[in-house]
Design a protein around this ligand. Sequence first.
Ligand SMILES: *Cc1c(COP(=O)(O)O)cnc(C)c1O
Length: 456
Amino acid sequence: MRYYSTGSRSNPVSFAAAALGGLAPDGGLFIPEEIPSYPGNVKSSLGTMNFFDIAFETIRPYVRGELPDAVLMDLVHSAYPFTAPLIPVGDRLVLELFHGPTAAFKDFGARFMARAFSYLRRGEDKPLRILVATSGDTGGAVADGFYGVEGISVTVLYPKGRVTPLQEKQIAGLGGNISALAVEGSFDDCQALVKAAFADEGLRKRVALSSANSINVARLIPQAIYYSAAAGKAFAGKTDSDGEATPRVPGMNEHTAANAIHGVKAGSPITFCVPSGNFGNLTAGLYALKMGAPIRGFIAATNINKTVPDYLASGEYHARLSQATISNAMDVGAPSNFERMTAHWTLETLRGMIRGVHVSDEDTRKTIAAVHQQYSYFLDPHGAVGWRAVDILSAGEAPVRGPLAVLATAHPAKFAETVEPLAGPVKAPAAIKTALCRIAQARTIPAELSALADTL
Ligand SMILES: *Cc1c(COP(=O)(O)O)cnc(C)c1O
């Protein structure tokens, strides 16, 4: 597969160059020259294949000729000792994406990327420095994914005071090859700093730089896996029974649970509601749809940072400053993957695949409390934005038909400060308990390129 910059259709590069380069030299984002289709036999067996095989088949066409099959198979096995359970909660499904080591969906992308980089850099002796801007969860996932990987070091930039204490420990508590910079500014400032560093030729001569934001294709592509796996399962009329906080319905097996609770027969394509910020997750979902997974469409659920829902409604794109909310990993006013979505698809095509909805903090809080009260299920603030977005559409003129899954992008214990006053004590998974014991050690810098350059 060759990759182009969203900035121009000339000078295609390999997967290795796109992944290790991060941003294209012209400042654009890399996109695959085409979105491949699953072979027929894969498409028809997504509902019965295991997670590793779906991961392998999903990534394979994007890395053909660069990651040999045996390497890719090893890689997905080592990257994914956890899966993404699809569980019934009330009248809908929840796709739990928080079973990885940092308890948010970004583990899926970051763990694949770290392993792919390590393979692609084999035999190199110049160390690689990865720069990553985070609004909260990316930094932890990337730090964890790359921790201890030889020949690669990571600098995470996060907005000082705007991430939770746990997120800060996940980002700045590892040490070793991971450094953390607390930037005096917003997430957008952090992202702009990374962009500026890439555009600085002097700096790039001195340090081999790469990025690990969701702008990186090596993070984006593996995020398509869980969409295909979940869509296949729902299409086969199945759900999972091993969710973190799954309410048990006595006397129901997986199959009847899916049908009885949702009134949905096997053979219906699913709609995914995706709590979105930088739109990497949703873009990966669009890839899964285009590859042939049985997906009806998407709901893009945002908090008050509603740049994309506004674009879908008005047809006009206005990037803006991000505003702080309780779903802080989605506090993005200028979503970087927007460029990628519009490079692949026209406004009309996007409107055919995605409905945009935004949700206030107040409604997010109410939803966390209400869903817990009704179903004994804990949503984190990001998942709650997704849940509420579905409520809003359901109350409107065109409710969603067929099976619907809300993506639970983080474990509720990750945002205990918000969730517990609304829904009571949340049991933390082991990964979170371990991180809480670490001590965050970050350096504070102003939002200026010279300050960043000094640290590299
Ligand atoms: C990053 C993140 C999001 C937003 O994902 P994008 O790919 O940036 O749209 C949503 N929820 C959580 C918990 C996240 O960490």
